[in-house]
Design a protein around this ligand. Structure first.
Ligand code: SF4
Length: 460
């Protein structure tokens, strides 16, 4: 999975995160560490784990990658108990600070509780303002703390009812895990924007944003948490499922299939690889090209490029090599640093490109600056023609459900026609997957999708 590499890597992601939870394993914290390691692509700003032995909560978190934060293996001796939750955080540069690293833990009338969150609330600012006027003091600038404050004010004395009460007041996208000494509670918003899955490892229940976190443990994928479902696992490993919210039309984030999730993951009960490959095939049907080779912008576009090659019969080859050992460029707040990183991150394979008519498949174009540099790089690598193909529709609108996209003014597709973008990229041709074509691929689960960044039809 890459970010700088594909143009969507120019997004500054906020609260686009990975969550992991485990109930009933004597290696709970260690498994959480490995699960977070598999989910590293969902957030690199900070990582944390909270565990419990049924008496207290034990926490370790910090800024940095998972293996940096948990470098000292003695940390796991501190993280006692058989239940744990963990989080990989992504955020805008301005919010890069320790206090926002999750899990976030509070003390309240019922004791202590910790939470991790993937998503973004659309009414968090209003709710927070109201509570601050009532005297609440917030420690972080994270949406997740708003949920915890609402929970602490709920009238019930039953934890899961307090959570339901709090969540009924919020709008937006959330896949959440809560940990108290008594239980682990998982919940997904009624529209189901973000994924959350249940797996099993022996007797233990596992929850994770993507199934790749189960594979790393040798755990079994069971199913997704349904939109609006809340699951409680108690200390005796009894699992209870509730559907406490009025049903809503699903609004699954289509970008999880286009880019966010790993191709080897199952999300929304569906293989990401299958869907992404089909996007490539559909793109080929809509925008064929006379070319000698198909290459991808590695790694996130590999699967779509393979699909494009399969459909057209043009051989797929490796024309760009990615350096895996630098950070994601979208961590860099300054545009000039980001551009420099694009050049550092890729190198063309001249033997592959020399004299060829090349189709390059990318998963998306945001500002267009990365794509432009890639076209130049492929030409400098010796390509005779460069045909740019994008395995998603044109991104014209910002996202408010978990991704802090640039403003419309910065989104190239909201400012320029396809022909103007082609000219800006200096490509010989340019083709985007159509929205209708994207939604028509039979591998996509037949539910309603959020497509707001393409069409501006915001569901919340
Ligand atoms: S606006 Fe786009 S990125 Fe955001 S939730 Fe909807 S589909 Fe996903």
């Amino acid at each position: 999975m890459n970010c700088v590499d594909c143009s969507i890597g120019q997004y500054k992601l906020r609260e686009h995160c990975g969550v992991f939870g485990i109930a009933g394993s004597r290696h709970a914290a260690l498994h959480a560490f490995r699960g977070l390691y598999a989910l590293q692509h969902r957030g690199q700003e900070g990582a944390g784990i909270v565990s419990t032995d049924g008496k207290s909560l034990y926490e370790h978190k910090n800024l940095g990658l998972v293996n940096e934060v948990f470098k000292d293996k003695r940390i796991f001796e501190k993280l006692k108990g058989t239940f744990a939750i963990g989080h990989n955080r992504y955020s805008t540069a301005g919010e890069t600070n320790y206090i926002n690293v999750q899990p976030i833990t509070i003390n309240f009338k019922m004791g202590v509780i910790s939470a991790v969150h993937n998503g973004n609330l659309t009414n968090a600012i209003q709710l927070k303002k109201g509570m601050e006027e009532d005297g609440s003091i917030f420690q972080t600038t994270s949406d997740t703390e708003v949920i915890l404050h609402l929970l602490a004010r709920a009238p019930s004395n039953e934890l899961y009812l307090m959570i339901i009460d709090a969540l009924k007041k919020i709008n937006g996208a959330y896949s959440l895990l809560f940990l108290s000494p008594e239980s682990l509670i998982a919940v997904r918003d009624p529209r189901g924007f973000r994924p959350l899955n249940i797996g099993k490892l022996g007797e233990a229940y596992i929850f994770a944003s993507e199934s790749c976190a189960f594979d790393i443990l040798g755990a079994e994928y069971i199913r997704q948490l349904e939109p609006g479902e809340l699951v409680v696992v108690d200390r005796n490993l009894n699992l209870q499922s509730f559907s406490p919210f009025p049903p809503r039309e699903n609004r699954i984030c289509i970008f999880e299939f286009i880019y966010f999730s790993r191709p080897d993951s199952t999300i929304f009960n569906t293989s990401v690889d299958k869907v992404r490959r089909s996007f490539g095939r559909q793109l080929a049907r809509e925008h064929p090209a006379s070319a000698d080779i198909v290459i991808s912008v590695p790694d996130s576009s590999n699967t779509a490029a393979v699909g494009y090659g399969q459909e057209t019969g043009i051989p797929y080859d490796h024309g760009l090599i990615r350096n895996h050992y630098i950070g994601r460029t979208f961590i860099m707040p300054e545009q000039d640093i980001r551009d420099a990183d694009v050049l550092i991150k890729y190198n063309p394979v001249r033997e592959v490109l020399k004299g060829k008519r090349v189709v390059v498949v990318d998963d998306s174009i945001v500002r267009g600056t990365t794509s432009r540099k890639l076209v130049r790089m492929i030409r400098q690598g010796g390509a005779r023609e460069v045909h740019f193909r994008v395995a998603s529709p044109q991104i014209k609108y910002p996202c408010f459900y978990g991704i802090d996209t640039p403003t419309s003014q910065e989104l190239i597709a909201s400012q320029k026609t396809v022909e103007e973008i082609r000219a800006y990229l200096d490509a010989d041709s340019l083709g985007y997957l159509s929205k209708e074509g994207m939604l028509s691929v039979k591998e996509l689960p037949s539910v309603q999708y959020c497509t707001a960044c393409f069409d501006g039809a915001y569901p919340v």
